[in-house]
Design a protein around this ligand. Sequence first.
Ligand code: ATR
Length: 275
Amino acid sequence: MADPARAFVAGHPIGHSRSPLIHRFWLDRLGLAGSYEPLDIAPDDFPFFLAGLSASNWAGGNVTIPHKQTAFAAIDKRDAAAEAIGAVNTIWKERGELAAGNTDAYGFAANLDDWTPQWRAGQRALVIGAGGASRAILHALLQAGYRHIDLANRTRDRAAELADLFGESIHAAPLAAIDERAADADLVVNTTSLGMSGEPPLMLDLDKVGDQAIVTDIVYAPLVTPMLAAARDRGLTVADGLGMLLHQAVPGFERWFGVRPLVTPDLRAHIVADL
Ligand code: ATR
């Protein structure tokens, strides 16, 4: 009989990662004998780790900060989402060779599908932030058919760079413009760290936002950020960010362990208890 599959999450640092909690919950619930292990790998060591991976007994794993771009550059076989986003977060083997993908856009879309499938009917979005997470969300929104995306960022050049990369549907804007741009948006997304525990809140005035607008945050600690609380008070549909974290883990688990796991309320409760 084959040995149980082993998967990793590699980052630096890695102590903050909640991925082991998620994958071990599924392994346990599904009664599978595999394992999922956090690996703290310094940037200088990461290329050597990757080089030894195909001959190792790892089935694959997740990569997180600061290795997502390094893994992208090192693994030639990449899925379409990784190509569009320019980073990978999931590695597996195909016929003994490494393959890589990015599941963040999938996680973002699957989370919104859970909260409000109506989001797919939207055309205009306001995305705040132009970092790594923003790239995945722009890809998800374009895939879902969004035609006009205002991309507001503190550092204007980063927004302009993503607008160049993702094409004419993306319109770079200064952070000062978010109140005005939110007025036309079917969907408002915060991809910055503003609103996270210990960080200042994102200052967004929702007074002019349409009643049908959906507001979501990728921050999930706290679960209800000040922006989501304000949106809820205003009577808007909201989606918190925890489901993106949970759903992005699904495709990797299926690749390594051979079973597609479900994002269930008890998994959510398990992670919430650790926030
Ligand atoms: P991630 O991979 O999570 O997206 P990142 O690449 O470091 O992380 O991007 C963080 C995002 O949060 C950026 O859009 C950043 O704005 P800048 O590009 O101007 O740095 C944004 N951000 C972080 N702290 C912020 C703050 N205090 N005010 C405004 N934007 C902030």
